[in-house]
Design a protein around this ligand. Structure first.
Ligand code: DX5
Ligand code: ZN
Length: 218
């Protein structure tokens, strides 16, 4: 059974709390929170303040996706703000093993994200430590981009790597996920689907959550 992680990047920030409640009631399991710094990616979004503000109004698993340089500097702040999972990009972490340990030391689950051009091998020696692997199926920075189909074999490859070590880590896919792509993403081995524009850009985000679940083969 796939889990759905609506990305608030495409939500209406003027009524953010209401939007989160809507997807929570619709059966989403996680809330995907995209943090961008204008350096690692060409966009600036939200920080720990927003995570902190949403924490009391939602029981969802807060899945914080850090698209920032020097993520080590902000791990504690996001943990304190209420993150349940903190995911860093392998491309931003010269000492990836240390960064993963630093996340876990805060009591939060640790994830690693890979850009489309980054090979899965980079995960090999940290995989056993991870609670989540995030495969980017767009180049990070913006919502509403087109799904990169060449990532399907990469999802399957990482799924096999996880199975080989009997990992229970979530295999999450982010970018261009909608009713048309959810089926093949799930078939490739993903168990957690991020969707931003397909959910918050829909007329009814609650219906969109259900439709994506169905499309993923529920
Ligand atoms: C992209 C972000 C995504 C984004 C997905 O840089 O990491 O989480 O919100 O948006 P959609 O689902 O519209 O591709
Ligand atoms: Zn994301």
């Amino acid at each position: 059974m796939v889990k759905i992680a609506p990305s608030i990047l495409s939500a209406d920030f003027a009524i953010l709390g209401e939007q989160v409640s809507k997807v929570e009631q619709a059966g989403a399991e996680l809330l995907h929170i995209d943090v961008m710094d204008g350096h690692f990616v060409p966009n600036i979004t939200i920080g720990p303040l927003v995570v902190e503000a949403l924490r009391p109004v939602s029981q969802l698993i807060f899945d914080v996706h850090l698209m920032i340089e020097n993520p080590d500097l902000y791990i504690k702040q996001f943990a304190r703000a209420g993150a349940d999972i903190i995911t860093v990009h392998a491309e931003t972490c010269p000492h990836l093993h240390r960064t993963v340990q630093a996340i876990k030391e805060t009591g939060v689950k640790a994830g690693v994200a890979l850009n489309p051009s980054t090979p899965p091998d980079i995960l090999e020696y940290v995989l056993g430590q991870l609670d989540l692997v995030l495969v980017m199926t767009v180049n990070p920075g913006f919502g509403g981009q087109k799904f990169i189909r060449e990532m399907l074999p990469k999802i399957s490859k990482i799924k096999a790597m996880l199975d080989r070590i009997q990992s229970t880590a979530l295999l999450e896919v982010d970018g261009g996920v909608n009713v048309n792509t959810a089926g093949e993403v799930a078939a490739a081995g993903a168990d957690t689907l991020v969707a931003g524009s397909a959910i918050f850009g829909a007329e009814d985000p609650a219906v969109a959550v259900q439709k994506i679940k169905e499309a993923a083969g529920e």
